[in-house]
Design a protein around this ligand. Structure first.
Ligand code: SF4
Length: 726
């Protein structure tokens, strides 16, 4: 193997804490100094109180981040911490989807807390190396690699051993550098970014695992929120963990037999039902393209339309032909859902790796839709190539897709021109020109590409200030909330999903609440109270995955065959048998029984803590929960006309007479009506969550959840006492 020369800058030994019942009860902080090259580390205990309040994973991340930053801290302050943590279930191998890594940090896009998750082996190996969490603070004056060797009990800081800074190259080189031999390549996991993350706020974190059959390092992304941007701002080329000899009982679970029993049950369900229910094992999440198109939810041309006649080019059948079949592709041991599809031997047509044959991880649905129909391109090969380069440069594919869609619409409306774009004609469907823009985002030399990489919220400022673009129009069509680009579901016709996207903690990302089908298709949430209940339960239920280190997909992408016979409505959507599986495996790992109510309580505590954290950082109130016009309904006549009868009916249902009104006037009336509905939704959701009308948790809520610690009261008491109390 080719070994890189590694220049050691700092080294510390530690005694590896044993994993017991899912926890090591230790976390590691590596501080990279204040640009002065002084590196240090500390190891902290995790006590019972921290476990009771925060559970693990994202909960630990938030607590560690809170302790690291002051209210004045910003994403690029040295004090910002990039925290990585799995959670107590993370690293078991008996149940599908149990190797997730959760990252927490202050985000450049949203200027508040962000959390993002990825597969790959980093989280499990970190735990097996003795740490429930790793936090990196400070800034290094030169690019460094921070490594944890769980076999040797060493934490080391090295000078970056290579000039490569793009993800696939760095990851491959570091797997080779840290593995003892060929067989040991699987013992290494790397977290890195890419050169795009050095200039863009869409910087993604790439988390690796080594694939011994393909003999390549594979990448999974904690893509959203700019974690990769934070990594590179700290001067980190990569984080590396090495732990050999990992076994299925590494967590020292309380009841291995139950883990095996519950896991076997789900493996059987996946084997029997996936081919009829989800096609995860053959097409990954790209099977959703067709379904979203059928229900008018697929984002087409910056969410203007929800379907396209060109769908035939990007159906699951088309992707199935391109994905390598016959391999059980899981992103962690034991995941028989195996949705981590790859395209092997893909020959790149553009960019620095032109002509090279590569293995491309993905695309997953959000990439296939964002770097596809949302920019007007219906060519899977273009999507796969842009997916490869986005990962390699470390650009979040979701924000990139939504951001490019916004750019295309601005261009087509004449808000920006060729003069501004450096000669690129950025129309919907202009595949080559869009690919060129992606390549220009890498080195920060192109002024326009640099502006695009700062995200839609910043683009609106820059386009208005520098190019004289109409601010009001951009506010209507820019699909972002709290500074984060909307993920790839068109939510116009689901009032509940307006909240699922725009009443979130971190901005419009579907991992918090995806209630479109329940609301719009199955009509299970007729009243505002029903919608509020769904926007209470599902965000809290889903948050639990991030506390314990598991993947959401095996929860409801395959269901027991009789789920919809035994349960109806919203109960069926909860997939009760699978909820019971999680309660069983939690107890089997930790030895602590858990009821469904306690599960929601664990999440609600962290959900509210995060909301309070954001309030502490100057955010976290009603004024941040805004929604653009495009998310509520049509903005321009062409959008109206494509579903004219449907929108006329919606106007009528709202009690608005359309006779004699122009299309523009009808659009304005529908928008006014839906804005009123939005405000009603906000009130109902805040009330259900135990927040006041300003979106801040009430004293009663804080006390009920046991969050009334001195640090929280210091933040909220002045607010509660002030006239601002609602
Ligand atoms: S379902 Fe897919 S994303 Fe989730 S753990 Fe399995 S392979 Fe990874």
């Amino acid at each position: 193997m080719d070994k890189l020369a590694m220049k050691l800058l700092a080294e510390w030994s530690y005694d590896r804490a044993p994993l017991h019942r899912g926890y090591t009860r230790k976390y590691l902080v590596v501080d990279l100094g204040d640009g002065d090259g002084k590196y240090s580390h500390t190891i902290h205990d995790i006590d019972e109180d921290m476990i009771d309040t925060f559970t693990g994973g994202r909960g630990f991340g938030l607590k560690i981040l809170w302790d690291a930053v002051s209210p004045a801290g910003r994403w690029d302050s040295p004090e910002n911490a990039l925290v990585i943590s799995g959670g107590p279930i993370c690293g078991i191998t008996q149940y599908p989807g149990t190797g997730k890594t959760y990252t927490v940090f202050l985000s450049p896009l949203t200027e508040q807390t962000y959390n993002s998750n990825a597969g790959g082996y980093f989280g499990p190996y970190l735990k097996a190396s003795g740490f429930d969490a790793l936090a990196v603070t400070g800034k290094s004056p030169e690019y460094v690699v921070v490594s944890i060797d769980g076999d040797e009990g060493k934490v080391r800081v090295y000078a970056a051993p290579t000039d490569e800074r793009n993800a696939y190259a760095v990851t491959e080189a570091l797997h080779q550098a840290f593995a003892k031999n060929e067989d040991d390549l699987v013992s290494v996991s790397v977290v890195t970014a890419g050169r795009g993350a050095e200039h863009s706020w869409w910087g993604a974190l790439n988390v690796s695992f080594y694939d011994p059959r393909r003999k390549v390092a594979r990448l999974k992304q904690a893509g959203r929120g700019g974690g990769g941007t934070v990594l590179r701002d700290k001067g980190i080329l990569a984080l590396v963990v090495r732990k050999s000899g990992f076994t299925g009982s590494e967590n020292d679970p309380a009841d291995l037999a139950t883990l095996q029993k519950v896991g076997t049950k789900l493996h059987r369900e996946i084997r029997n039902n996936d081919d009829v229910q989800s096609l995860m094992r053959t097409t990954g999440t790209t099977h959703l393209n067709k379904i979203m198109n059928d229900y008018d939810i697929l984002p087409v041309n910056n969410y203007k339309y929800g379907r396209s006649d060109a769908i035939g080019a990007i159906t699951p059948e088309e992707y199935k032909k391109l994905f390598t079949q016959g391999y059980a592709d899981g992103c962690w041991y034991g995941c028989s859902m195996a949705c981590a599809k790859t395209v092997d031997g893909f020959e790149l047509r553009t960019g620095p790796d032109r002509g090279k044959k590569v293995t491309v991880d993905g695309p997953e649905y959000e990439t296939a839709a964002g770097l596809g129909p949302n920019v007007g391109v219906f060519d899977p090969r273009w999507t796969i190539e842009s997916n490869y380069y986005a990962d390699h440069y470390a650009l979040d594919t979701i924000s990139l897709g939504t951001g490019l869609a916004f750019v295309c619409e601005c261009y087509e409306l004449g808000l920006i021109t060729k003069e501004h774009t450096g000669g690129l004609e950025l129309r919907f469907g202009a595949a080559d020109q869009l690919m060129e823009l992606i390549h220009r985002m890498v080195d920060g030399r192109d002024e326009f590409a640099l502006a695009v990489g700062k995200g839609i919220r910043k683009m609106k400022d820059i386009f208005a200030r520098r190019y004289g673009a109409d601010r009001a129009v951009m506010e209507k069509i820019g699909m972002e909330g709290q500074g984060l680009e909307v993920s790839q579901y068109r939510c116009q016709e689901s009032v509940a999903q307006w909240g699922g996207y725009f009443l979130t903690l971190k901005g419009p990302q579907h991992d918090e609440a995806w209630v479109i089908f329940m609301d719009m298709v199955n009509k299970q949430l007729p009243t505002f109270e029903d919608k509020a209940e769904a926007l209470f339960y599902f965000p809290n239920f889903r948050l639990w995955f991030s506390l314990v280190g598991v993947c959401k997909l095996p929860w409801n992408d395959v269901e027991p065959e009789d789920n919809r016979i035994r349960y109806k409505g919203i109960e069926a959507a909860k997939v009760p048998e699978h909820v019971q599986n999680y309660l069983d495996i939690y107890e089997a790992v930790t030895g602590k029984p858990l009821s469904e109510e306690d599960m929601i309580l664990q999440s609600e505590r962290v959900y509210n803590y995060e909301r309070i954290f954001n309030y502490r950082m100057g955010k976290g109130t009603r004024k941040e929960h805004t929604i653009p016009d495009r998310a509520l309904g049509p903005v321009f006549p062409d959008e109206w006309n494509v579903r004219k009868d449907y929108f006329e009916k919606k106007l009528e249902e709202a009690g608005i007479r359309g006779d004699g009104l122009s299309v523009e006037e009808k659009i304005a009336r529908l928008q006014e009506h839906r804005r009123r509905e939005w405000e009603k939704l906000v009130d109902a959701v805040y009330a259900r969550r135990g927040w006041d009308r300003n979106g801040v948790p009430t004293k009663e809520t804080v006390e009920r959840l046991g969050l009334d610690s001195p640090e929280v009261l210091e933040v909220l008491e002045p607010y509660w006492k002030s006239a601002g109390r609602a």
